[in-house]
Design a protein around this ligand. Structure first.
Ligand code: GLA
Ligand code: CA
Length: 782
């Protein structure tokens, strides 16, 4: 009796104490006239964005303190819905997912918090934060109120977020000053009803008092307005600030100005050069904002790591995110300050409020190297098949209740006296094809490969297609991205196509429990396999696991899935947080789908994020090729005006075709021999932009791919901050420059829109051009 009373008293005390923590003094924050008002006084939001799922919980506070030491007064966070609700209705906000604890840490360190709960967030995160299990609904639509299932699930999730975070609104004594509604909706849809419903749902999730906002781009924010919701703009390092806010000031003359995502760097794709943004261009525009009293959030202040399977993808063309989310941000992947960090810190010192000081950066975590670990045990994938699912028709992995990982499809072939093709529709994302256990070859979605040649077959030969799923598309119209094989596999013998049926399907999820069950042997594996080893440590610290002698796969250390690796780079090392290592014995398991050169790893002290061999097959002009336009007549030609922003050209008549060529004759600056284009859209006869989701580059006379990613598909990747540029480092060539696009379907158009690069540089800006469109492709001489 006595004891239970004591426990009760203790419980009451604890709940009070807990409450006391959150109920600091209630305050106010709002978008006032030309300034944000914190407790009624003008306040400049100086935010640094960090994502708690991308940082081990043990390191959260150090990263928050790093942002403070960079002169920030606010932390901006996303929540990823799919991180918290991995199965329907099983919400998890504990441990690494304890967002309320993260927000409390921010408050403890005297900083404010901006919260961006989605439901869609983008962020180079699997499916932009949407849970994969939504895809079990066949006709799923997302980010629209037309799909009642999507809406119902979104609202349910937002309610759970509210339970966690609404108590921390500043008006309740917490530190949350703003909450975002959806994310960059302007570039995706025009269902204003949807935006209104999400706003209402955020409000109904107990975020009843906090200032709401939405974010968009200077080129599209004006397409809609959400009542009662402040509008902020997003743009990248090196932007022209006055230009960015020009139209904004016309439409919202009384609003304070804020860049809610000022991109400090950029993300990386497998197989593409590492992205960086120079300190000078980044600092230049940041200073411009400070001089104009413009609030900002640095995206990312510290990017961290997309551990496990969480990295996303973009399309078209398909490109999947690497595991590192270093982002070339001021605070690097391991939480250490970079030169960019000190540049921000030094700049901020000139813009502090009277009496304000910037604290010293917190101590860094120790870094260790790990001597060679050799893997003596392996478990062949084909000898460790889980129980098979039977399926008459081929189906994507979501239909087998699998979220991520690898999936093996097996069937028996009919007889074919001649060699034949196997065609996969659609392959998501990479496959190894075997006949009777023998590897025939690989197919790669990044290269639009979907067909492979096979030798003559006997009846009953076993066809195995092992598919590796990379990240789900997180941006744009192609976000419905089911994994595995989505539709069918055909056997093409001469002109007859047979749809293969009667599949056995084996699922290889990413959970650690699944990997550790494999039957390991003291032998070298041949083909896809798990490898296991243990290693001893006298002291722990952060390190980078060097994967450069391995093929393609995933790594688990002490049960933590530290991410994907792929020999094509540019990332060659995986960040291994010291807090997940142990003094004494540690365990490592690697699943490799190819054949490693050497089955060993080391831990190195410096990351390798930029080692890539330029893949010639990804260039859009093979050696010796030359586009021949001599027999073509342009549909339109003319001169474009100088200066930034979209430029629209309407033709005198309508044209139809599947292929177009944009030819640049000269640049705005007569001395400039290069060309660059951020985006091209075609205007349909209905006045709407033509769907670009299947576009492919057929030819580009020149591409800069050695110092960054300026390849030709940047003209339709829907990112205004990325652009195609002809080479400016090596093999520069003079005008004219041309790019040819296959739209994969015939379209009727009445004009086009061109967006020059959106940073401050005007290099390559197009002046005179010719535009060609026709039903068949252009002549390319070899
Ligand atoms: C947009 C999105 C972010 C992120 C960045 C690019 O601004 O809102 O989530 O995807 O692009 O890193
Ligand atoms: Ca672009």
């Amino acid at each position: 009796m006595r004891i239970s009373k004591l426990i009760l008293a203790l419980l009451i005390f604890m709940s009070l104490a807990n409450h006391a923590q959150t109920s600091g003094k209630a305050g106010t924050f709002e978008a006032g006239e030309k300034a944000f008002l914190l407790n009624g006084k003008p306040f400049l939001v100086r935010a640094g964005e960090i994502h708690f799922p991308r940082i081990p919980r043990e390191y959260w506070e150090q990263r928050i303190q790093m942002c403070k030491a960079m002169g920030m007064n606010t932390i901006c966070i996303y929540l990823f819905w799919n991180f918290h609700e991995q199965q329907p209705d099983q919400f998890d906000f504990t441990g690494q997912k304890d967002v309320a604890e993260f927000v409390r840490l921010v408050q403890k360190n005297g900083m404010y918090c901006v919260v961006r709960p989605g439901p869609y967030v983008c962020a180079e995160w699997d499916m932009g934060g949407l849970p994969w299990w939504l895809l079990k609904k066949k006709d799923l639509q997302v980010r629209t109120s037309n799909d009642s299932y999507f809406m119902e699930r979104s609202l349910k999730y937002l309610k759970e977020v509210g339970k966690q975070l609404a108590p921390y609104q500043i008006q309740n004594g917490g530190n949350i000053i703003m909450v975002q509604v959806e994310n960059e909706y302007g570039v995706f849809g025009n269902d204003l009803g949807y935006m209104n419903q999400i706003r209402d749902a955020v409000r109904a999730s107990e975020f009843d008092k906090v200032q709401l906002f939405r974010c968009d781009w200077s080129s599209n924010f004006f397409k809609y307005d959400v009542e009662g919701v402040y509008t902020a703009l997003n743009f990248g390092a090196g932007s022209n600030i006055d230009k960015q806010f020009e139209k904004y000031k016309e439409i919202y003359p009384k609003a304070p100005l804020m860049c809610s995502e000022y991109w400090t760097g950029w993300f990386d794709y497998w197989g593409r050069a590492h992205e960086t943004r120079s300190i000078s261009s980044f600092i230049g525009s940041l200073k411009d904002m400070l001089d104009r009293n413009i609030s900002f959030s640095l995206y990312m202040a510290h990017g961290g790591t997309s551990f496990g399977q969480w990295g996303g993808a973009n399309s078209p063309p398909f490109g999947a995110m690497v595991s590192s989310y270093d982002y070339n941000a001021p605070i690097n992947e391991a939480g250490k300050p970079t030169d960019k960090f000190y540049a921000v810190r030094d700049l901020m010192k000139n813009y502090l409020n009277p009496g304000e000081t910037i604290p010293e950066p917190p101590a860094n975590y120790p870094v260790i190297s790990i001597p060679k670990i050799t893997f003596n045990e392996s478990a062949s994938l084909f000898e460790n098949l889980p129980k098979a699912n039977k399926s008459e028709l081929i189906q994507p992995m979501e239909n087998f209740d699998q979220g991520w990982g690898r999936i093996l499809y097996r069937t028996k072939l009919p007889e074919s006296a001649t060699s034949f093709d196997i065609k996969i529709t659609d392959l998501h994302d990479w496959a190894a094809i075997y006949i009777n256990g023998k590897l025939i070859g690989n197919l790669d979605r990044r290269k639009d490969q979907n067909t492979i040649k096979l030798p003559a077959a006997k009846k009953g030969d076993v066809l195995d297609i092992l598919v590796d799923a990379l990240g789900r598309v997180n941006y744009g119209k192609t976000i419905i991205d089911r994994k595995g094989i989505t539709e069918k596999v055909e056997m093409l013998v001469g002109s007859t196509a047979t749809n293969l049926t009667n599949w056995e399907v084996f699922n290889f999820p990413v959970d650690y429990d699944f990997q550790k069950k494999m039957k390991f042997k003291k032998a070298k594996a041949n083909g896809p396999a798990w490898y296991k080893a243990t290693f001893e440590l006298n002291s722990v610290g952060d390190t980078y696991i060097d994967m450069s002698s391995w093929g393609k796969g995933m790594v688990w250390v002490n049960g933590y899935n530290i991410g994907r690796y792929w020999k094509i780079g540019p990332q060659q090392t995986l960040f291994m947080p010291g807090c997940w290592l142990k003094k004494g014995k540690n365990k490592i398991i690697i699943l490799d789908l190819e054949k490693p050169k050497q089955t060993q790893v080391t831990g190195v002290t410096v990351p390798v994020l930029d080692k890539i061999v330029v893949d010639e097959s990804l260039l859009h002009r093979k050696k010796g090729e030359i586009l021949d336009l001599s027999a073509e007549t342009p549909a339109n030609q003319g001169e474009l005006s100088s200066g930034q922003g979209w430029k629209e050209v309407i033709f005198e008549k309508e044209f139809e075709g599947q292929y177009f060529c944009f030819e640049v004759l000269n640049s705005q600056n007569p001395k400039d021999t290069s060309s660059s284009i951020a985006e091209i859209e075609l205007i349909g006869t209905d006045g709407l932009p033509v769907n670009r989701s299947k576009w492919k580059i057929v030819y580009a006379d020149s591409e800069e791919v050695s110092v960054g990613n300026y390849s030709a598909e940047k003209i339709f990747d829907q990112q205004e901050s990325t652009f195609w540029s002809t080479a400016w480092t090596v093999s520069k060539t003079p005008h004219p420059h041309q790019v040819v696009v296959n739209m994969e379907e015939s379209v009727k158009i009445k004009g086009f829109k061109y967006l020059p690069r959106t940073d401050k540089s005007t290099n390559g800006n197009v002046k005179n051009y010719r535009f060609y469109i026709k039903p068949s492709s252009f002549t390319i001489k070899k």
